[in-house]
Design a protein around this ligand. Structure first.
Ligand code: KIV
Length: 270
């Protein structure tokens, strides 16, 4: 069976994968064409990440991403996907003001965007939101460690939980997120041993990014692994292709053909 005719991945499947010891594969996607390719490759979860602020919109961080921008990209990704679970990031200020606003905004990502779940950043301050969304049937993926929406408070995109106190707090918050109903948890830029403790302590899957090999799954930003993003890459990224360079070569070849009159061919009709 190819990923094309496999049945769609659902939220409870991720927990079952953890129980079976099967690694969960997650990548980011922002448009229908890329989503179609990643879905064909058998990626289990496509995250429409607010990283789109950096890799698509060219911003310095994820903070300028609005709910409308997210909706636009979630709809596009949804159209490209047959099998993968589509998770939509809740952008900055779409869930911090009140539970009611968070519910309304998460509801739009599900109802208008077509996502199957939402992801939001943080621990204790967002527990009420996670609880309420889960109660009304909106699955929530948590995100702890380096939480990019707090970039100013953190003083940059730096690794987290490197001292014992912060590691303990992270473990407590991971437990609390699970109790509040989160169905999975992204762990970003934390030591491998801290990620291992969290992974062992939870029955929901952990999905690591710069968090070592012991998580139940891994996620990376697709533009980073394909060599499409020219900004600085985090040290944990493995680049699997240099598509950016291929595109520059292809565009140069096209430009040369146009300038030399080789494209379109002389006999071609409109
Ligand atoms: O926005 C994003 O792409 C993310 C991943 C890096 C986990 O949150």
């Amino acid at each position: 069976m190819t990923p094309d005719d496999a049945r769609p991945v659902r939220v409870p499947d991720l927990k079952a994968m953890k129980r079976r010891g099967e690694k969960i594969v997650m990548l980011t996607a922002y448009d229908a064409s890329m989503a179609r390719l990643l879905d064909r490759a058998g990626v289990d979860v496509l995250l429409v990440g607010d990283s789109l602020g950096m890799v698509i919109m060219g911003c310095e961080n994820t903070l300028p991403v609005t709910l409308e921008a997210m909706l636009h990209h979630v709809r596009a990704v949804r159209r490209g996907v047959r099998r993968a679970l589509v998770v939509a990031d809740m952008p900055f200020m779409s869930y911090q003001v009140s539970v009611a606003e968070a519910v309304r905004n998460a509801g739009r990502l599900i109802q208008e965007g077509g996502a199957s779940a939402v992801k939001l950043e943080g621990g204790r301050p967002v527990l009420d939101v996670v609880r309420r969304l889960t109660e009304i049937g909106i699955p929530v993926m948590g995100h702890l460690g380096l939480v990019p929406q707090s970039v100013h408070q953190l003083g940059g995109f730096r690794p987290r939980a490197r001292d014992e106190r912060e590691a303990e707090r992270l473990l407590e918050e991971a437990r609390e997120l699970e109790q509040a109903g989160a169905f999975a948890l992204v762990l970003e830029s934390i030591p491998a041993e801290v990620a291992r403790s969290v992974t062992q302590a939870l029955s929901i899957p952990t999905i690591g990014i710069g968090a070592g090999p012991h998580c139940d799954g891994q996620v990376l930003v697709s533009y980073d692994i394909f060599g499409l993003y020219e900004g600085p890459l985090p040290p944990f990224v493995k680049q699997y292709a240099r598509l950016g360079e291929l595109m520059v070569e292809a565009a140069r070849a096209y430009a040369e053909d146009v300038r030399q009159g080789r494209f379109p061919p002389q006999e071609a009709t409109a």
